[in-house]
Design a protein around this ligand. Structure first.
Ligand code: 5GP
Ligand code: MN
Length: 318
């Protein structure tokens, strides 16, 4: 084992009360990775709290251990771990101010080394892939409930094994997890296919304003759309997966109004040579070459104007 893995193993062994955090607007990899690591540490006799500042989205309520996830931490901890989180701000208010996480486990290209120990593998398709590879070396066992969570991370971050970083290793990991008795078909359906009626109506609002210019296909989702549709999250309900499937475009963007002063922006690069993480970084965000995001200050019209201008510029410079 490398020094890093020896150090991680020692920290995990020495800790008794462990806090696991992930990012705001959590996705399947954030939740699956948190639950997999949390359940594995509980099986090893640790007290574990799993906290998501935004709470658990309804899409993932079926995951083993999901009922344990809470929105706020309570009590003291001797170890804090973040999963799938590229910087301290992404962890949201659940990360105590002025406290560095002890261990950061992630796979983003733009991740800062903001923990004491940083296990970051940008080549990995998902944080769940990093965990699938390393949990056994840390003395932790992958049981069937843990496998279901890991597989959910793999399936969601690769959009059902469709992204260009779906390597032979990811497929081998999925096969190994399946052998532990996981029902992949049901997990796949629940996390990637099934959606609520409210989410479909929310999509409708966004799709009705869809626009395309200069190779950029984009739309917005507003607070009013969420109210009218009854959609309770503050994300795009994965509308980006529809918008990024539109032909004859180079970049897809969705603007999600958070409040009067903040807009969540998602970029998807639709051509292999594009690196949208570099555009997101200009707005204080990050992510991967093909998929990136940022939370940008300003009203929806202001942010839309600035982001479209800089994205056009980035396209012209390619
Ligand atoms: P999405 O657009 O679906 O929210 O995220 C796409 C990718 O960009 C994901 O890998 C996600 O972790 C990353 N990302 C999204 N928003 C932010 C952000 O505000 N900051 C950073 N650093 N990364 C983000
Ligand atoms: Mn994530």
């Amino acid at each position: 084992m490398t020094d890093l893995h020896t150090a991680i193993r020692q920290k995990l062994q020495a800790a008794q009360r462990i806090l696991i955090l992930s990012h705001v607007r959590p996705d399947g990899d954030a939740i699956g990775s948190m639950l997999a690591l949390g359940l594995a540490l509980q099986d090893a006799g640790k007290q574990v709290q799993m906290v998501l500042s935004d709470g658990l989205p309804a899409t993932f309520k079926h995951l083993p251990g999901a009922e344990q996830i809470r929105a706020q931490a309570e009590g003291e901890f001797d170890l804090i771990i973040t999963v799938d989180c590229s910087d301290a701000a992404r962890a949201g208010p659940a990360l105590p101010p002025n406290r560095r996480p002890d261990i950061v486990i992630d796979h983003h290209l733009t991740t800062e080394a903001f923990g004491e120990l940083n296990l970051v593998d940008p080549a990995a398709a998902a944080t769940a892939s990093v965990l699938t590879r390393h949990l056994p070396a840390w003395g932790l066992t992958i049981t069937a409930p843990i496998a279901a969570n890991l597989l959910t991370g793999l399936v969601t971050d690769t959009l059902g094994f469709r992204t260009s970083n779906t390597t032979p290793e990811v497929l081998r990991q999925a096969a190994d997890l399946l052998e532990l008795g996981v029902d992949m078909s049901t997990l796949y359906f629940r996390s990637l296919v099934r959606r609520t009626f409210a989410a479909a109506r929310y999509w409708g609002a966004g799709l009705s304003r869809l626009q395309r210019s200069d190779g950029i296909v984009y739309t917005s989702l507003t607070l009013a759309d969420r109210q009218a549709s009854g959609y309770s999250g503050r994300d795009d309900a994965d509308l980006i997966s529809v918008v990024s499937s539109i032909d004859e475009s180079e970049i897809a963007i969705i603007f999600v109004e958070q409040d009067s002063e903040r807009v969540k922006v998602s970029w998807r690069g639709l051509k292999p040579h594009l690196d949208v993480a570099q555009i997101a970084k200009q707005f204080g965000g990050g992510g991967h070459r093909a998929a990136a995001g940022a939370e940008v200050r300003g009203s929806l019209p202001e942010v839309q104007e600035r982001v479209l201008r800089l994205t056009r510029r980035a396209l012209n410079h390619e």
